[in-house]
Design a protein around this ligand. Structure first.
Ligand SMILES: [Zn+2]
Length: 450
């Protein structure tokens, strides 16, 4: 009897406020070459001050620090000035995946808060290889994740979790979990840190390659992270920190090739940078008071390869919260992030229009008096539209007609739902019913206790 009482409120909630799966139509107007998947690569503690040609890293005492000589990590579109609002690992990873400048590890667990919630809704599989930043809410967003359970370079413990791994991926992750000793054996100092990073990159490359070969129709988002540029900065000093960046630049090349040859978008960024008190300092930092306001701690790289974006350097001031909306735009996914205060950085070669409603509409797109396309659906994406053009969107449905003129300077989002009160009548009824059932249950429990 008791379990029935517990089930009734659950059933009421499910009946009244559940969202049934949303049908999404995608209409590509021109022959836009779009990415088939994406890799979001976060290098822990990697300050852009140490390799962007435009910047010079400075120590706290004002002396100039050495820079990394890199060849590979300036591909595609490079965002020049982008900073984290909070140079702290867990928080900054949370900002990256939610597009919210005030996010923390808890926010990542909220419904529809992250890029993973949106990719999932659009049929992507979410995969991860993480050496740091793999807190429980981050892991819970993944269909399969290979991660370092501790933060030890001496004795790393590699774990995996899988809810819905595509065919072969669980086994592949297991193989890579077992490969870590091969990478680290007989290596110490900077070489050991570098080898740990290489293990993560090679594992991610193997997973991406397997998805491309063995699950070609399955779109994927692979988030990955290497932890040892950060650890090297903290524990070894500024010279080894720069050496670790140079090794990383060398070791990422095969992964970049995989992305380029297979039309996979690659987003390279960092959670935060690194600062040093002086030249030849043996320890660096980024989150404590003396380091956290330094440009070297705040400035992060953001470099993007994708077949559908313009190459070049993007000037202007951006924040880490702009990464998630930009990633979604490049993947032609709607920015439905619940908490985001970030903006899309316009690097795509074309614009997309995202239309959303609760009921089906007949939606048509017009240029002047010429109809370009017409579809009937509740959620619709028009992509491949030339930039800086005018379009009119018309919608006819049971809730009436809708018409809007659009100038396509960037992606556009149209919500055909009228704004609703925060609590609608169905939710109020649900809450009342749940309360009655709960009170009745409590009264029965009290009687039994007596
Ligand atoms: Zn970090």
């Amino acid at each position: 009897m008791n379990h029935i009482r517990k089930t009734i409120p659950l059933l009421i909630i499910l009946c009244l406020i559940s969202n049934t799966a949303i049908a999404v139509s995608e209409v590509t107007i021109n022959d836009a070459k779009k990415p088939h998947g994406a890799i979001l690569f976060i290098v822990d503690g990697f300050g852009s001050s140490y390799y962007y040609p435009e910047f010079t890293p400075i120590a706290l005492d004002g002396t100039e620090l050495i820079k990394a000589r890199t060849q590979n990590i300036s591909f595609g579109s490079r965002i020049l000035d982008i900073r984290t609002p909070h140079p702290v690992t867990g928080i900054a990873h949370s900002i990256i995946v939610t597009g919210f400048s005030q996010a923390n590890e808890e926010t990542v667990g909220f419904p529809d808060a992250t890029i993973f919630d949106i990719t999932k809704r659009f049929g992507y599989v979410n995969l991860a290889v993480m050496e740091t930043g793999d807190f429980v809410n981050m892991r819970n967003e993944q269909d399969a994740i290979l991660f370092a359970e501790n933060n030890s370079i001496e004795n790393p413990v590699i774990s995996m979790e899988a809810k819905a791994a595509p065919s072969g991926i669980y086994e592949l992750m297991y193989d890579w979990k077992m490969k870590i000793p091969e990478y680290l054996v007989n290596r110490s100092g900077e070489m050991r840190y570098s080898a740990f990073n290489k293990w993560g990159i090679d594992a991610a490359n193997a997973i991406a390659t397997s998805m491309i070969r063995n699950n070609p129709s399955q779109k994927f988002l692979l988030i990955m992270n290497v932890g040892e540029v950060d650890s090297g900065g903290h524990n070894l000093g500024d010279d080894d920190y720069v050496r670790l960046i140079e090794d990383f630049d060398r070791d990422i090349y095969p992964l970049y090739q995989t992305a380029k040859e297979n039309d996979i978008a690659l987003f390279l960024t960092a959670d935060h940078g690194m600062s040093f008190a002086e030249k030849d300092a043996r320890r660096g930092g980024h989150s404590s008071e003396k380091y956290s306001t330094r440009l070297e701690s705040l400035r992060i790289p953001f470099v993007i390869y994708s077949p559908n974006i313009e190459s070049g350097i993007v000037k202007g001031e951006y924040g880490q919260e702009d990464i998630a909306p930009t990633l979604l735009s490049v993947l032609d996914l709607p920015n439905d992030l619940q908490y985001t205060d970030g903006s899309t950085i316009n690097i795509k070669k074309y614009a997309s229009i995202f239309v959303k409603s609760k009921s089906e509409y007949k939606i048509s797109l017009w240029t002047g008096d010429q109809k370009v396309s017409e579809r009937q659906d509740s959620e619709l994406v028009f992509t491949g539209l030339p930039l800086k053009t005018n379009y009119t969107l018309k919608a006819d449905g049971e809730k009436g007609s809708f018409e809007e003129d659009l100038f396509l300077d960037s992606d556009k989002h149209l919500d055909l739902n009228r704004p609703e009160p925060v609590l609608n009548i169905r939710m109020i009824i649900a809450i009342i019913l749940i309360s009655i059932v709960n009170i009745a249950g409590l009264m029965i429990i009290r009687r039994i206790k007596k």
